[in-house]
Design a protein around this ligand. Structure first.
Ligand SMILES: NC(=O)c1ccc[n+]([C@@H]2O[C@H](COP(=O)([O-])OP(=O)(O)OC[C@H]3O[C@@H](n4cnc5c(N)ncnc54)[C@H](OP(=O)(O)O)[C@@H]3O)[C@@H](O)[C@H]2O)c1
Length: 269
């Protein structure tokens, strides 16, 4: 798996697997957790070592179970989770400490590779205070890297202005039709990698047709073209599939190179 080096010298697989419907009844985001690890096991078999989850998804323990039950050592995995930007999780140091402790227990691990503030909220002072507690956990070794998610340029600047430890990533929505190029570029200028959530699900039918046409000469699908485009510009991607073959095909994106014209066309979608 191709790795990129974050601004703290830690490495992250540039493709991870989303998980927000994994381990849930009917693969439904809002349904109960059933601890089914089928998709996680098939992802591990396919070579995924990077999993993206969140406290809000309620399935950290399912990811922990799949990792523990696999024959791959913990240190070969890269686990991301996210702290909700809600008062019940962020109101003071003790609540944040408790959230981190619960995440560690759910994953059955003594460190988490990447922990993000899931969403910004309307209180700069509180966001900075939350960041400071996450920094404490980095110093303690329980969180290896920290970052943010869904932060605008101004919100990212706020954290950069007040951080002792820089955010490593900003996980944002990015797909054809809603690329968020400006946030990606702003992060790049500050060594904060963009990580694209929902890299595939929001792609319109019309854009799928155009991307399939671009991919045809390489024998690649629209989804593979999107992932290749993002990886080429060092945007981390976390596609999710419940299907073994699509999980596999989402990793088969390193063996072709789009032309500059094709990249420009995709950039403009
Ligand atoms: N930070 C945030 O606020 C935030 C918000 C949303 C999501 N996320 C994270 O981002 C992850 C990914 O987003 P997402 O769950 O929306 O997934 P996604 O990868 O954008 O799309 C998933 C959908 O695309 C289909 N799919 C996957 N690979 C395909 C392929 N090669 N060809 C055709 N269809 C394909 C899947 O169907 P099949 O299962 O049938 O293959 C599924 O319906 C989430 O799971 C979560 O971890 C973060």
């Amino acid at each position: 798996m191709n790795l990129i080096t974050l601004n703290n010298n830690k490495q992250i697989p540039i493709i991870g697997s989303g998980t927000n419907t994994f381990g849930k009844v009917n693969n439904d985001y809002s349904e109960d957790i059933n601890f089914d690890t089928t998709e996680l096991q098939s992802a591990i078999t396919n070579g995924y070592r990077h999993f993206d989850t969140a406290i809000s998804y309620r399935n950290e323990a399912v990811i922990g179970k799949a990792i523990t039950e696999s024959d791959v050592p913990r240190e070969e995995f890269f686990i991301t989770s996210k702290l909700p930007g809600k008062p019940e999780y962020t109101k003071d140091e003790a609540t944040i400490d408790e959230a981190v402790k619960n995440s560690l227990e759910a994953f059955q691990t003594d460190y988490i590779d990447l922990y993000l503030i899931h969403h910004p909220w309307d209180n700069d002072e509180e966001m900075v205070a939350t960041w400071k507690v996450l920094e404490k956990h980095v110093k303690a070794g329980t969180l290896k890297s920290i970052g943010v998610s869904n932060f605008s340029k101004d919100q990212l600047q706020l954290i950069l202005d007040n951080a002792t430890i820089k955010p490593t990533v900003n996980q944002i929505k990015s797909h054809p039709g809603e690329w968020n190029h400006d946030v990606i570029e702003f992060g790049r200028e500050h060594e904060v990698f963009a990580e694209a959530w929902s890299p595939l699900s929001g792609v319109s039918d019309a854009n799928r047709v155009r991307l399939n046409a671009i991919g045809e000469k390489y024998g690649k699908s629209w989804a593979q073209v999107v992932l290749n485009f993002q990886i080429d510009r060092e945007v981390i991607v976390i596609p999710k599939s419940h299907n073994f073959d699509r999980q596999k095909s989402n990793l088969e994106v390193f063996d072709f190179e789009l032309t500059e014209e094709e990249k420009q066309e995709i950039y403009n979608l």
